[in-house]
Design a protein around this ligand. Structure first.
Ligand code: DC
Length: 225
């Protein structure tokens, strides 16, 4: 059950702008709940693929959406994990291939519909930090503070490349940048709830900023000490 009196901070924007890290740090510092909606879409895609539910099959997708109960929680590593019954989905939904699959499922209206209430049900006192693509435009249009993060594509690709390297995963910088641009295009151009800044969002370009600087700016907007 959601509590409409609970204030919401929305953080939207493309991947590797620092959204997830900023959201987790602000949630922790302010003592608010955290919703990583991208992780929900990733979990949906991961589970659908495992169950052999194809993207085009609206009936099977709707059935899966009705039976799935996914909860978002802060994992020990400081990033969000998804609880699927008694299964915790963490690293397995953080791969580039699951991200790509998620952006295809995210284009389907029935998937977005199925995940809408699950996202809104995270709204509880004392407040919620929600990050994604359509948090400020569609899921929480009455949010107290809305932020849209951007960064130059080359810088975002380099950040993702470094993250993968740190995990010991070999990747090509050029391939990452190309896949990122294609995914951005899908996210921006889909018909339903495309990625865009809400009219009342504050846009922050993180190209030249450290995470801590972004966290400080966001907390100041939220009036969180
Ligand atoms: O933020 P992320 O990289 O974990 O998101 C994975 C995919 O999920 C992204 O390509 C688009 C989709 N997504 C979405 O459509 N709406 C959201 N609110 C969050 C993610």
């Amino acid at each position: 059950m959601s509590d409409l009196s609970a204030p919401v901070l929305t953080l939207d924007g493309p991947s590797a702008t620092g959204k997830g890290t900023v959201a987790a740090e602000v949630a922790r510092d302010c003592g608010w709940g955290l919703l990583d909606s991208g992780a929900l879409y990733r979990a949906f895609a991961y589970i659908a693929d495992r169950k052999g539910v194809v993207v085009q099959d609206d009936v099977a997708i709707r059935r899966l959406g009705n039976e799935l109960d996914l909860k978002c929680s802060l994992g020990p590593g400081g990033t969000a994990v998804i609880l699927w019954g008694d299964v915790t989905l963490a690293d397995e939904i953080r791969t580039e291939s699951v991200a790509e699959r998620a952006s295809y499922y995210a284009e389907r209206p029935c998937v977005r519909e199925a995940l809408l209430q699950q996202q809104r049900s995270n709204r509880r006192l004392p407040g919620l930090v929600a990050d994604g693509r359509d948090m400020g435009t569609r899921v929480f249009p009455d949010a107290k503070v809305k932020i849209f993060l951007t960064a130059a594509p080359e810088v975002r690709a380099r950040r993702r490349y470094n993250q993968l390297n740190e995990k010991g995963i070999n990747a090509s910088l050029a391939a990452i940048e190309e896949a990122m641009r294609a995914r951005d295009q899908r996210d921006e151009q889909r018909e339903i709830a495309p990625m865009k800044a809400a009219a009342d969002a504050v846009v922050i370009d993180t190209t030249q900023l450290e995470i801590l600087e972004v966290v400080t700016k966001v907390k100041a907007l939220l009036l969180c000490p």
